[in-house]
Write a protein that binds this ligand. Structure first.
Ligand code: TRP
Length: 335
């Protein structure tokens, strides 16, 4: 996309072999749409994946698989700049600078850190997990985006990003654009099929439909989704969260309004309804899965595309980093 369009930047972690429909309908379909109107930078944040126990034999493949899936869902490397975080040293460089500007108390208030460190146990939580939001701020600010499309759970990290950018600008002079948060519209909250009070997540494999699942796996997961003891479908997210979630999935998969789909399926028996949801998901996911496999069967081409992405990203990131170092008063390498 031409440089006159507003820029957006977003990131996703390569923590699994496959994204799930929560990622897809929650955020990634918006990434695809934004290519029509914005200058898009999409980053696979592999350094963030190091903040919790990571598997060194798997991360390379997962990074490749993540990029392949982004292409397969419709992100076009000729329109958007798709790149891998660790290929640009600038992310770590700016993260250090920002960590020297962030307050310890400020970072301690991040609810995602509090949740995750509670789960891991304080002793096993790393400093990297603590500074995760600061690396995220660096991911964003390097590219001077006007907006950052993220899920609702990332709002606090975006506020921190804006605060750090403002603080840097007022201390050292205008350097960073202050990015706006752009929360995902529509079907942003896909719930766990086995526990429709929780968000769909990779850590609950039976409750999540993955883009790399086989048609049979998809159908099986939808058919065993937890519902309620009624017999007929009606849309009621409070009393019938399981059914409401499936209606949401059907609407997203058929690219229809939620209200339209809710009216269409009202009164159906659960068996027939679930079959319809499964069929709609299979119809959308099958071509994505097959395209992903095809892309992964030629890793050299995929890697060349990733390298081209890094080269495009570097132009922007290195110019921001040069300005940052200059404002900080660091001695330049060349006289
Ligand atoms: N923390 C984000 C998430 O879990 C991922 C992320 C890392 C990100 N860097 C980013 C999102 C930069 C937007 C912009 O979803």
């Amino acid at each position: 996309m031409s440089g006159t369009n507003e820029r957006v930047l977003s990131g996703i972690q390569p923590t699994m072999d496959s994204f799930h429909v929560g990622n897809w309908f929650g955020a990634l379909t918006q990434w695809v749409d934004l290519q029509q109107t914005h200058d898009c930078f999409y980053c696979v944040v592999d350094l963030h994946a190091l903040t919790v126990n990571h598997d060194p034999t798997a991360i390379k493949q997962r990074t490749l698989a993540s990029v392949a899936q982004l292409f397969a869902i419709g992100i076009d490397p000729n329109k958007a700049t798709v790149f891998v975080q660790s290929h640009l040293a600038e992310h770590s460089q700016l993260a250090w600078v920002l960590s020297c500007m962030a307050g310890f108390g400020e970072a301690s208030r991040m609810t995602q850190f509090k949740d995750k460190s509670q789960k891991e146990g304080t002793d096993r939580s790393t400093v990297g997990l603590f500074t995760y939001p600061i690396l995220q701020a660096a991911d964003i600010l390097l590219y001077q985006p006007s907006r950052v499309p993220v899920g609702d759970d990332q709002r606090q990290h975006l506020e921190l990003t804006r605060d750090l950018a403002q603080r840097f600008n007022s201390t050292y002079g205008e350097t960073f654009k202050i990015p706006e948060t752009m929360t995902v519209v529509g079907n942003s909250r896909v719930l766990d099929l086995q526990d429709p009070t929780a968000k769909m997540s990779k850590s609950s494999p039976a409750g999540a439909v993955f883009l790399m699942d086989s048609n049979d796996q998809i159908t099986k997961k939808i058919k065993s989704a937890v519902t309620d003891s009624d017999r007929e479908v009606s849309f009621d997210p409070v009393a019938k969260p399981g059914i409401a979630n499936l209606i949401g999935l059907l609407a997203a998969a058929s690219e229809e309004e939620l209200e339209t789909i809710a009216a269409q399926v009202a009164g159906l028996g659960y068996g027939a309804f679930k079959q319809q949801v499964a069929d709609a998901l299979v119809a959308r996911i099958e071509p994505i899965r097959e395209t992903t496999k095809e892309l992964l069967s030629d890793p050299a081409t995929l890697q060349r595309q990733i390298q081209a992405g890094a080269q495009k990203a570097r132009v922007v990131a290195s110019s921001t980093m040069t300005a940052v170092n200059q404002r900080l008063g660091l001695l330049p390498e060349s006289p």
